[in-house]
Design a protein around this ligand. Structure first.
Ligand SMILES: C[S@@+](CC[C@H](N)C(=O)[O-])C[C@H]1O[C@@H](n2cnc3c(N)ncnc32)[C@H](O)[C@@H]1O
Length: 188
């Protein structure tokens, strides 16, 4: 079978997370949803570390808990908005945080991430991120008629370039589920 080099967005996110997480790090899934990234992070961190998984929907946290099984002992499920993240992190600095923006299709509640609170959360996490730590932000372009995506691009492109690198990664020939990744790395 051919070895893939140019990965789709979500597998790419996992590769970036795996590269940066060390077993004692505190890490964040800012949008738990079905718990896919939460579970992946719980597998990466050690027994003594903590994954903080946020969601405003109790149904999402219940699904995440089910997906975690015994790995739940490494995860703190937080039923609150990620904009309040620093109220919950007991052991900064943070190594990685991951956001998956849009709505949770199975729950069909219409509850979706919003530009203002997403930007608030990212700015807060950047302050507590360790040097070399990363934030991954996966965005469905069509969500919100592009409003959250546009606002994020404006806000993140203004981050101080000597303090944070901000990159955009996307496959430009995809017809369905058009998703792109913003990747932040703290430099100092
Ligand atoms: C696209 S889904 C995440 C998908 C997830 N990564 C998975 O594995 O299924 C986005 C999630 O963000 C949640 N959300 C919306 N606003 C939020 C906020 N302010 N803080 C935390 N979570 C929020 C939604 O409830 C939804 O479950």
């Amino acid at each position: 079978m051919t070895q893939i080099t140019v990965h789709r967005i979500l597998p790419m996110v996992k590769r970036f997370l795996a590269k940066v997480v060390a077993s004692s790090d505190a890490v964040i899934d800012a949008t738990a949803g079905n718990g896919n990234e939460t579970r992946y992070l719980a597998e990466l961190v050690g027994e003594e570390s903590c994954v903080y998984a946020f969601d405003v929907q109790q149904v999402a946290l219940a699904t995440t808990a089910q997906k975690l099984g015994p790995l739940q002992s490494r995860v703190k499920l937080v039923h609150d908005g990620h904009e309040n993240v620093l109220q919950y992190i007991k052991h900064p600095p943070i190594a990685v945080a991951t956001f998956n923006l849009g709505y949770l299709s199975y729950a069909n509640t219409g509850i979706t991430t919003k530009a203002q609170t997403t930007i608030q959360a990212i700015n807060a996490i950047v302050q507590s991120l360790k040097c070399g730590g990363i934030i991954t932000v996966s965005i469905y372009q069509g969500h919100d008629d592009g409003a959250e995506s546009s606002a994020l691009l404006v806000a993140l492109s203004q981050l101080e370039q000597l303090a944070v690198h901000v990159a955009r990664y996307e496959l430009i020939n995809q017809r369905n589920h058009v998703l792109y990744l913003l990747l932040l790395e703290k430099l100092k």
